[in-house]
Design a protein around this ligand. Structure first.
Ligand code: CTP
Length: 399
């Protein structure tokens, strides 16, 4: 990893662990990075700005009104310059401000404005870290793509024991290196992900659908976005929070999905189809609400939907990589291999949805990645982790 010329903006907030951040600066400088420090007012109560100024060899910014003159657009200059934006230590307060988009000092303003990947190293009392408000803020930030390092567990400055210790400087620097190295491995690539369930209309107030939450497709869209891809998310009905900073194409039925895919697929380098598509739709959708006929059974005739993956599989061009999913309950590998071939896919992500921790509506998944050449059985992992593994494999296939 070549650190020379990399700009790391380090936000320091008011916690006793602020003294450890001096070592973060020192390590980054030794590696050849350029470090810019922004301190909150409270941080300056713990460590003097001069410490960071000396170690970084750059002026330290402490509030919105004393920015150095060489800044072009004062409050966003560092936001633009950052290759990685790190906040260490990050107090519960800064996490809450970031989650809400509050910009009332230089650090919160700059981090709100940045497009760089953001890494936070929380440090606080265990009670504050485990408080429901902080939990929700962390969840919100993670969903937006903010990375976390730590906190670790141990004896805290207040004498309590538990989670809340800031990660060690070496670990924080390692994480920054990982972000810089992995950050842009999808840069320049267009990635399309389908997610969620289709809805097949029965009448104006009813439809047929399935249990898909959209979580797996969203995790893929977020991971691809974070790795520098230009992401199009073709989204059916979902219950999970929708990713930010991706282009969204909303669809309802399988027919809509097919139309969207015919239009969007030719422009893409990588197409990952995680949507749960209904195989059948009501043969005739009623324009008016179907009325109850007491005592009589209702028969709904279903007709087959197009197989979208199969249809677009036929249009695959040189340089395009297509990935599908196979949620199965039996003969998982055999069924998935048949789909890999039938739909002209380069890889299929097979999972046994009967296993606890796999399938619809969970935050984890247990998958086997199958290509024509190999099968890779993966352990249980979060959908976000699986998304990154899938993207790693896809990049491997494209070499
Ligand atoms: N798929 C699709 N169009 C359909 C059905 C599925 O594009 N009408 C895609 C899904 O997005 C997924 C893959 O094909 O990537 C496999 O979906 P799955 O429902 O497991 O397979 P089916 O082909 O529908 O087979 P079956 O339902 O019989 O298992």
């Amino acid at each position: 990893m070549n650190w020379t010329g990399k700009n790391i903006v380090l936000g320091v907030t008011g916690g006793i662990a602020a003294y450890k951040s001096a070592e973060v600066v020192s390590r980054l400088r030794h590696l050849g990075a350029c470090v810019h420090v922004i301190m909150t007012k409270n941080a300056t109560e713990f460590v003097a700005p001069l410490t960071f100024q000396t170690l970084s060899a750059n002026a330290v910014v402490t509030d919105t009104f004393s920015a150095p003159e060489y800044w072009n657009v004062e409050h966003v200059a560092l936001a633009k310059v950052a290759d990685v934006f790190v906040i260490a230590p990050a107090t519960a307060n800064i996490l809450a401000k970031m989650a809400c988009g509050i910009a009332d000092d230089m650090l919160s303003t700059t981090v709100l404005a940045t497009k760089a990947p953001v890494l936070v190293a929380p440090a606080m009392n265990t009670g504050m870290w485990t408080a429901e408000a902080t939990r929700q803020n962390v969840e919100t930030l993670r969903k937006r793509g903010v990375r976390f390092v730590g906190p670790g567990t141990g004896i805290l400055a207040c004498g309590d024991e538990g989670a809340g210790r800031m990660s060690e400087p070496a670990e924080i620097v390692e994480k920054i290196g990982e972000i810089l190295a992995g950050e842009n491995d999808l840069a320049g690539l267009k990635v399309l992900v389908t997610a969620g369930a289709t809805r097949e209309r029965l009448d104006p107030v009813r439809f047929l659908t399935n249990d898909s939450s959209g979580k797996m497709g969203f995790a893929l869209a977020e991971a691809a976005r974070d790795r520098g891809a230009e992401v199009t998310l073709v989204k059916g009905s979902t219950t999970a929070p929708v990713p930010e900073n991706v282009r969204i194409v909303a669809i309802e039925s399988a027919a809509d999905l097919l139309a969207a895919m015919k239009k969007e697929t030719p422009k893409q380098d990588i197409v990952i189809q995680a949507a749960a598509v209904a195989d059948y739709r009501p043969a005739a959708a009623s324009k008016t609400k179907i009325k109850k006929k007491a005592g009589e059974p209702l028969t709904i005739v279903l007709e087959e939907n197009p197989d979208i993956a199969k249809t677009i599989g036929k249009t695959k061009k040189q340089g395009q990589t297509f990935v599908g999913f196979a949620a199965e309950t039996d003969h998982v590998i055999r069924h998935a291999e048949e789909k890999l071939a039938a739909k002209n896919l380069d890889m299929i992500v097979a999972n046994d949805v009967t296993k606890p921790g796999a399938g619809f509506n969970t935050d984890t998944n247990i998958a086997t990645l199958i290509t024509k050449e190999a099968k890779k059985e993966l352990p249980i992992m979060s959908k976000r982790q699986l998304a990154d593994v899938i993207l790693d494999e896809v990049l491997g296939l494209r070499i």
